[in-house]
Design a protein around this ligand. Structure first.
Ligand SMILES: [Zn+2]
Length: 263
């Protein structure tokens, strides 16, 4: 006896086709990038658990600049939530409000899968025993340098910061292009490499870039990021923070440690 099929064959085919299409199509809601402001220019980028720290592994800091609360410092160095599973830590340069050899070493020991990358000056001062997990990035005249870690593409370019090697970073994470400029001076010399590195969705800049007329014009008329984030406001920069917010009403002026936003 021939039993009637519950669904006609064409019904199976259509259902299968729809399922395959849903499974392979681009997600309806793209992943969100969460950025947490920590202190100075220290931030945590989190894209669905893929995490990158930039300029966050310092200890003593400098002068009136910010310091991590002790419990945050401990979690940063020991890989406790929300800093668990950080695959990559970057520093723009070796100044003590961005970088500390002890903090970076302890972070690497406690995060066996993580890599630290920075300028040759900043990486040379780390212990020999950890050099296998350290990448020195320094572009030559004609070529940028970069690396790819757990699906996050990082390109580095040199930006002037006095006599200290300073890297700007361009990251492609959660489909967002994010820039971090370190302590780059707001100078013509620095505008060119930033522009050459390409368009940006989220521009994290030292706050002085938003007070200077030349860099303001550069950002508004040439670079044109979708979002602007002002970093490095210290305890004595409250008035600058207010001034920036007046002139840049849509900018995220980072003054509250631990504040997070999604992009
Ligand atoms: Zn600094």
């Amino acid at each position: 006896m021939r039993l009637p099929p519950r669904f006609p064959k064409s019904g199976y085919a259509i259902t299968l086709c729809v399922l395959v299409t849903l499974a392979t199509a681009a997600p309806l809601w793209p992943s969100e990038l969460k950025i947490t402001y920590l202190a100075n220019e220290g931030v945590l980028l989190d894209c669905q658990g893929k995490k990158v720290l930039i300029d966050a592994l310092f200890r003593d800091s400098l002068d009136d600049y910010m310091r991590h609360p002790p419990e945050v410092q401990e979690k940063l160095e020991t890989g406790k939530p929300p800093f668990d599973g950080v695959g990559l830590a970057l520093a723009t340069h070796f100044h003590l409000d961005h970088w500390d050899a002890g903090a970076i070493s302890r972070f690497l020991v406690n995060n066996p899968g993580a890599v630290f990358a920075s300028t040759p000056q900043a990486t040379a001062m780390l212990p020999h025993s950890l050099q296998g997990r350290v990448r020195a990035l320094w572009p030559d005249k004609d070529h940028d340098v970069g690396l790819k870690m757990s699906g996050i593409q990082v390109d580095a370019f040199a930006l002037e910061h006095g006599k200290t090697q300073n890297l700007g970073y361009r990251l492609l994470v959660c489909s967002e292009v994010v820039f971090h400029l370190g302590d780059a001076g707001a100078s013509d010399q620095n505008f060119k490499p930033v522009l050459q590195a390409g368009h940006t969705d989220v521009a994290m800049v030292p706050f002085w870039w938003l007070l200077d007329s030349k860099s303001t014009a550069f950002i508004k008329d040439k670079w044109k990021p979708k979002h602007v984030v002002a970093l490095h406001l210290g305890a004595t920069d409250k008035e600058s923070g207010r001034e920036i917010q007046t002139h840049w009403p849509n900018a995220w002026v980072c003054t509250k440690q631990g504040e997070a936003r999604t992009f």
